[in-house]
Design a protein around this ligand. Structure first.
Ligand SMILES: Nc1ncnc2c1ncn2[C@@H]1O[C@H](COP(=O)(O)OP(=O)(O)OP(=O)(O)O)[C@@H](O)[C@H]1O
Length: 269
């Protein structure tokens, strides 16, 4: 179970050099603008359920998941993972999460198995248990032929599978994925959907799954609960049916636009 309360993060963003140079710009100091990436966001993601963060570009989805993963420190708010305060005890919280942030962090000279086992060792598993788990995950993710191949040269889909196996090696109760279908073809996307459905089922461990996306179809097909995020805030939440109902729309894309940008932008479209 993951609970986030009133999370906030502001970034300093260096602005452009002004057209009319000031003393500061002549000294090489550019004006600093700020971006409120996440602005009081709360969510509750239960076990045995898929919770989706759906939002346009720049909505604050990745920043939220990076704070959950301990990669970015929030300015304010609380994160609770299975009762562990993730900000006070990040290592204990991370041990309870499998995080798929992107599929580029593999060691190219190691085989898929070695990448998975190495990560298991970092999570405190012994090498034998981690290797047995790599076999089980290769079965689940349909990647057995990849296990003894070096990650160098893996396709996008192959990298995603290896990264997901690495994230799941310690059998975490919570799985967090940032835009997991980015760059995947239709078969790989279907395969990933099947895996996520399995992981949330009792047979798959009844895991708590949280993922971000900007793809409506993913959300319609997978999510039990959807948070529509825009401008760093949750603008609406509920099941797909509830969001359709509360927006008065029949198509989910229209419901999303209504909730994310307001009724006026929908009329403009
Ligand atoms: N390290 C950073 N420095 C400055 N600004 C940042 C930084 N990280 C994120 N931002 C800004 O915060 C806002 C939210 O970005 P974020 O990546 O969380 O959005 P997102 O919803 O994941 O978008 P996308 O779907 O485009 O990936 C954006 O305006 C982005 O430019």
């Amino acid at each position: 179970m993951i609970r986030i309360q009133n999370l906030a993060k502001r970034f300093a963003a260096r602005g452009a050099t002004p057209a009319k140079p000031s003393l500061a710009s002549l000294l090489g100091r550019r004006p600093v603008a700020t971006v409120q990436a996440v602005d009081g966001l709360s969510l509750l993601a239960p076990n045995g359920s898929i919770t989706g963060l759906l939002g346009p570009n720049g909505a604050g989805k990745t920043t939220t998941l990076r704070m959950l993963a301990g990669m970015v420190t929030p300015d304010a708010g609380q994160i609770d993972v299975d009762g562990v305060d993730a900000l006070a005890q990040p290592r204990q919280a991370l041990a309870r999460m499998g995080i798929l942030a992107d599929a580029h962090g593999l060691y190219p000279r190691l085989t898929a198995r070695e990448n998975i086992v190495y990560f298991g060792r970092l999570q405190g598993m012994d090498a034998e248990a981690a290797s047995a788990r790599a076999d089980a995950l290769a079965e689940l993710l349909d990647m057995k032929p990849l296990l003894e191949r070096r990650a160098e040269g893996f396709s996008q889909g192959e990298r995603m599978k290896t990264s997901l196996a690495r994230a799941l090696v310690h059998d975490p109760a919570n799985v967090v994925l940032d835009e997991p279908t980015n760059g995947l073809d239709v078969l790989a996307t279907r395969g990933l959907r099947e895996v996520l459905r399995h992981l949330k089922s009792p047979a798959g461990g009844g895991k708590c799954i949280v993922f971000s996306t900007h793809i409506m179809q993913e959300v319609e097909m997978l999510c039990d609960h959807v948070l529509i995020v825009a401008r760093g805030r949750v603008q609406a939440q509920g099941s797909v049916a509830e969001l359709l109902h509360s927006s008065g729309q029949t198509r989910f894309e229209d419901a999303f636009v209504h909730h994310a940008f307001g009724a006026a932008s929908q009329e403009a479209a």
